[in-house]
Structures are given as structure tokens and as C-alpha cells.
Design a protein. Structure first.
Length: 182
């Protein structure tokens, strides 16, 4: 289902989920109290992360966002609209975790590709590393290696590294194992 969905963050404090085939908005997630700066699908689970200038990262459970069809209860589960028909949805989504700890607006949140880790950063010049399980999320560590706001970061897919990009025209690499900037 997710390969037919797109997601957007907005200054109107909402997150919108779109059907990429029909180009229709199928869900609007509300809960932030300031601009939503970034949003991302989890690589494997029905989760979304959002980062906002309200100093919070939210983890949304979108498993309730399931395709429904008038024919889905019939034998064979036929869908006359075909595989791209996402016009009727149960738009149930919940906030699973609220990650608080930044002192200023958060510009991004990023999932680790394979581990239950999240990184976030923003105007407080701090990168926070969070661990998440089914019932809770908590801060594991933070690094203060930038002199300006942190714009984005990426987990390295094969090594225990985070690559950070700052507004001061700098890129830094953080070693997760040693908890130091390289």
C-alpha cells in the first residue's frame, strides 16, 4: 500500500497523506502546534515521523490507514477500482510516541534503516538519538557538534555513523559507537 502513498509536511501544522495515483489527499494528521518541518515513512513499519518547530518529534501509527472497499467483504475480495483505488479509507491514525527534549524547533527526524533508532535535530544545534520499541521511545544520547542550526542528518546504512549537515555550511560525521565527532 505504501508504495502508492506520498506524504507532505506543512506550515499549516498538518501532515497530509496522498494517493499518488489519484493525487487525492486521503488523510490529514493534526497535533503539532507549529510548522511541521519534515515527515518520513518508516522503512518497514506502518509508522510516520514528523518534526516540528514546536520542539517535538511525533511518531504516528498509521496501521489503521487501510484500504476499504464495498466489495472487500465479498468472496474473492474483488475491487472494481483496481489496485490504485484508494478512494475509501478508514483514516484512523494515532500518535504512538511524542519525543520531547529539544530546546528549540526541530528541523528533521530520520529513521535508522535497520535498527530501532531515530535521530533528530534543529535550531538548538543538537542531534538527539532516540531508541524506540513497541511501547515507548526514549533519548539515548545527544551530540552538540555544530555552531549553527542543524538542517538534516542521515544514518550511514552500513556503519555506525551519522552524517550531519548544518546551516553554517558544514558537514560533520558522528561516530555512534564512540559518541564523538570524527
Amino acid at each position: 500500500m505504501r508504495n502508492m502513498l506520498q506524504i507532505s509536511a506543512s506550515g499549516d501544522q498538518t501532515i497530509r497523506i496522498w494517493n499518488s495515483t489519484s493525487r487525492q489527499c486521503i488523510a490529514v494528521l493534526t497535533g503539532h502546534s507549529h510548522y511541521v518541518m519534515s515527515v518520513q515513512f518508516h522503512p518497514k513499519e506502518d509508522l510516520i515521523f514528523s518534526a516540528s518547530m514546536d520542539q517535538v518529534v511525533r511518531v504516528w501509527d498509521i496501521s489503521g490507514l487501510r484500504k476499504t472497499s464495498p466489495n472487500s467483504g465479498r468472496p474473492g475480495g474483488s475491487n472494481p477500482g483496481g489496485p490504485g483505488n484508494f478512494e475509501a479509507f478508514d483514516t484512523f491514525s494515532t500518535i504512538k510516541h511524542v519525543l520531547e527534549g529539544h530546546d528549540r524547533g526541530v528541523h528533521f527526524a530520520m529513521f535508522h534503516p535497520t535498527l530501532p533508532l531515530i535521530t533528530s535535530g534543529g535550531d538548538d544545534r543538537v542531534i538527539k538519538i532516540w531508541r524506540m520499541n513497541e511501547s515507548k521511545a526514549w533519548e539515548v544520547d545527544s551530540c552538540c557538534s555544530h555552531f549553527n542550526n542543524v538542517s538534516s542528518a542521515l544514518f550511514h546504512p552500513k556503519h555506525k555513523l551519522i552524517v550531519l549537515c548544518g546551516e553554517g555550511k558544514t558537514v560533520r560525521v558522528w561516530d555512534l559507537a564512540k559518541r564523538t565527532a570524527i
